[in-house]
Design a protein around this ligand. Structure first.
Ligand code: LLP
Length: 414
């Protein structure tokens, strides 16, 4: 079921009117649906039922403790990219044995902490990192479980900022060099070679690049196996797209079925790292129209949310649906929905037809992934509140930052 729907002319999330949330928690405010997150999680998990699997939610998509805790309770694993994300997962009750650690630049203290808590696997992205990890493991008296993240050189057909699988990308180890590096890794006593990893990009709309990448990865798996390096798992990363406006991405079930077809007859545990596909459509950014402004040729609705709260439109020209919380009748006007930040790139939507008045509430849909987690304090704007709706209940899961929070960590010169 869609989490955001109209009842009696009012936009609701589950059974709660967004007007009630704005009245209680003020705006701007991120609003999530617990049922929607759980439903998407189960879509992946049930698609993989009956086979060895580990679905590791990509924490960067939404790292709120309550969201992580909800997923941990469902048995989720987690894909982390920093010690900060590691500590969040542990604080949220995540099981270290279900954590994989990705990223091109892991610091020594980060490797050490991950070894200490005993994570499931390090996704190693370079020869230098492999040797660094072996050295840190030796110093800690631990054996590090590893997979090499290979770059299969396929075009994910997505926005260049979120495509990671092409040869020119900083990510992964080019697949031709990976075989030799596996042999090197297998000879290091501080490492235990467990698997192989690949992530080609985000917001993919088509199965074709996934299939091309998996074909290449499996060729390497077979060569390694013939050479005596038997991998136990294949981590295929994240990247499944979602519908922001009119897109038609494959469902988790279709995606998983395509992977399973290619993996048939092999004894590999399948790991996935979905982020967006689990949380994006479960969340909205609730914002209020401050004022309407017209210039020659343009109508602007200036709202209280801005690019610091939701960066995707500014950074990727992302287009997300924006709905009026209480639609008005009348003749629609085409507005640019902009924030108060001092940047021309500060827009949340362009050319959107609305009947609006100052004070109206708008909901920017598809904001559950890479929304709050990419937000900042730019223009000295406190980060907004986050709430989670569960049926007819509303829970505050992050209080709005105060003005005092803004400079609490700053120090004057003596
Ligand atoms: N695994 C790795 C190694 C990743 O780098 C990412 C995303 C994921 C998994 C999760 O991908 P997903 O399933 O969410 O597509 N800020 C951008 C997206 C950046 C994605 C970065 N890596 C956006 O708002 O579109």
């Amino acid at each position: 079921a869609e989490p955001f729907t109209y009842h009696n002319g009012q936009l609701h999330v589950e059974q709660v009117a967004l007007t009630a949330i704005a009245a209680e928690f003020d705006t701007p405010c991120y609003v999530y649906s617990r049922a929607a997150i759980e439903q998407q999680w189960l879509a992946f998990d049930s698609a993989l039922a009956g086979q060895p699997r580990l679905i590791c939610f990509a924490v960067k998509a939404n790292s709120n403790l309550a969201v992580l805790n909800l997923l941990a309770r469902l048995g989720a694993g987690f894909d982390i990219v920093s010690v900060g994300e590691l500590e969040r997962v542990l604080a949220a009750g995540g099981n270290p044995q279900r954590i994989v650690f990705s990223g091109v630049g892991k610091r020594e203290d980060e490797l050490r902490r991950a070894l200490e808590v005993g994570i499931r696997c390090f996704n190693v992205e370079s020869a230098a990192e492999l040797d660094q990890l072996a050295a840190v493991a030796a110093r800690c008296g631990k054996i590090a479980p590893i997979a090499l993240r290979v770059n299969p050189d396929v075009d994910a057909g997505t926005h260049p900022y979120i495509a990671t699988g092409l040869a020119q990308s900083k990510f992964g180890i080019d697949i031709a060099s990976a075989e030799q590096l596996y042999h090197h890794a297998a000879a290091l006593p501080q490492l235990s070679v467990c698997g192989i990893d690949c992530h080609i990009g985000s917001q993919l709309m088509d199965l074709t690049p996934f299939i091309a990448a998996l074909t290449r990865v499996l060729l390497l798996v077979d060569r390694l196996s013939a050479a005596g390096i038997a991998l136990r798992h294949l981590d295929f990363g994240g990247g499944l797209g979602v519908c922001y406006t009119t897109e038609h991405p494959p469902t988790p079930a279709e995606y998983v079925a395509a992977l399973q077809y290619q993996l048939r007859g092999r004894d590999l545990e399948l790991m996935l790292e979905p982020g967006r596909a689990i949380v994006a459509t479960a969340g909205a950014l609730l914002t209020r129209v401050e004022l309407l402004k017209s210039t020659p040729g343009h109508h602007f609705a200036v709202v209280d949310a801005a690019m610091n709260d939701l960066l995707r439109p500014a950074l990727y020209h992302a287009v997300q649906d924006i709905l009026p919380v209480t639609p008005r009748s009348g003749q629609p006007i085409s507005y640019d929905i902009v924030g108060p930040v001092c940047e021309s790139g500060d827009f949340l939507g362009k050319h959107r037809a609305f009947v609006l008045q100052a004070g109206d509430l708008l909901a920017i849909l598809g904001s559950g992934a890479y929304g709050f987690s990419m937000s900042s304090n730019y223009n000295s704007r406190p980060r907004v509140a986050e709430v989670m709706v569960d049926g007819d209940q509303v829970h505050l899961i992050r209080r709005r930052e105060t003005i005092a929070d803004l400079f609490a960590h700053e120090l004057l010169l003596p």
